[in-house]
Design a protein around this ligand. Sequence first.
Ligand SMILES: Cc1cc2nc3c(=O)[nH]c(=O)nc-3n(C[C@H](O)[C@H](O)[C@H](O)COP(=O)(O)OP(=O)(O)OC[C@H]3O[C@@H](n4cnc5c(N)ncnc54)[C@H](O)[C@@H]3O)c2cc1C
Length: 440
Amino acid sequence: MRVVVVGAGMAGLTCALALQAGGADVTVLEGGQRLGGRARTVRSVFHHGRYVESGAEWIDTDHHRMRGLLDRYGLTLQGVGQEWTTIRRMLFRDGRMHTVDEIRLLDPSVDDQLRRLDDAFERIADGIDDPARPDLHPAAAQHDARSVADVAAEADLGELATLFARRNCQGEFAAEQREISSLFVAQQRAQMRVHGIEGTVRAHRLEGGLDALVQCLVDDLAPGTIRLGETVRRIQWDGEGVQVHTDLGVHVGAHVVLACSLVPLRSVQFAPELPVPLSRAIRELGYGTITKTALQFESRRWPEGYATTSLPAQRVYEPTVDQGGESGVLMAYAGGDGGRRLAVLDEPARIAAVADDLRAMYGLAEAPIGAFSRAWSNEPRFGGSYAAYGPGQVTAHWDVVRRPCGPIRLAGEAVATWTGYLEGAVESGERAAEEILGTV
Ligand SMILES: Cc1cc2nc3c(=O)[nH]c(=O)nc-3n(C[C@H](O)[C@H](O)[C@H](O)COP(=O)(O)OP(=O)(O)OC[C@H]3O[C@@H](n4cnc5c(N)ncnc54)[C@H](O)[C@@H]3O)c2cc1C
């Protein structure tokens, strides 16, 4: 059985591996010249052996499939990891850095306010029996129609809690609160309950960089499986199978797995056209924006830990904290409106803007010795950072994008239950393969 997989990100690679293990004849078409998609480690601009993730960075304790892959290939996680809390270590506001204790002096009820907001989503999550089907929540339409901003407005947050909650949404969902369905947030909570672990979730980086994992997956595929530089332009399909057209040729298969963001699929021509609900979902599904900007300095002259800021840099941390040595890199992680504002600048201007913020925050007057900035919404084969189901979109699109349409299946983080994560990409890729192998 011949299967064409579109995209050599984590979903496409794991799908192809599972299909090959099941005896299928697989071709992976990748439009770009590199593998891994949104798992993209950057090394070349840095000195002293430092490396930084420009896309996905963290693997959480409850990401069992990802951890299984690391075990399979003998890869290890780095350092003690990071605990996800809304208030991280520091806040830069009004021209100075505040510690957590100082934040609580500024507003003694800030934790209670943030807990109220959290509890509101947990209550919605109580109605989700199966995180794979949030659209079956008894009051799905009602919660889906409301944005995170609507729920936050009811939580009566003060100024500080508002800033933390907004930064959390921009970081976690890569979007503004008005752009995210409250049912989507509740789905993620429900997912963590079902597939989570006892105790605190910690997140770790991969020792050696995520590209090491991508390389292991690629090495495991049969030689010649992946074809680079083959952007899919047109897909002809019927009950018998598919013809997948790229600039370089036509690939025939019994099935095609579209293991990529839905944004590039908006410019793929389908013949016949896809059913209206599916083509509408592909056209409309929300995508977040993240701009990651990293600057390397000869020596570390900053306190350890995450800093939330009221500045355009939004959140600043050191991704090289576990890499030792004198020199370190600071990362500014900007999502939502802030990510979009940075994205309209060219790369040197983004780096200069973040350098200004770092100067203000840490008094870093010296010039960086290496830097990059990646605005994921500027990259046509991604069109954003990851799926961000907007108000109304869970009930409209959730189930539609997860069902096969004849020989066509979507995979990729946007159609997973772990939406927005590497874990979701792997989950969706393996599921597509299982469905296809089940049809043999
Ligand atoms: C800034 C950022 C931070 C993130 N942080 C984390 C994190 O900390 N932890 C985590 O778990 N996840 C994180 N993620 C999410 C994670 O990166 C994604 O969920 C995952 O990498 C998506 O994999 P995928 O295979 O679904 O899609 P992709 O990685 O996008 O792979 C799809 C591939 O398809 C190719 N393609 C697209 N269109 C075509 C076409 N027409 N023809 C041929 N090829 C095509 C693309 O070039 C790409 O290589 C982050 C993402 C971003 C952007």
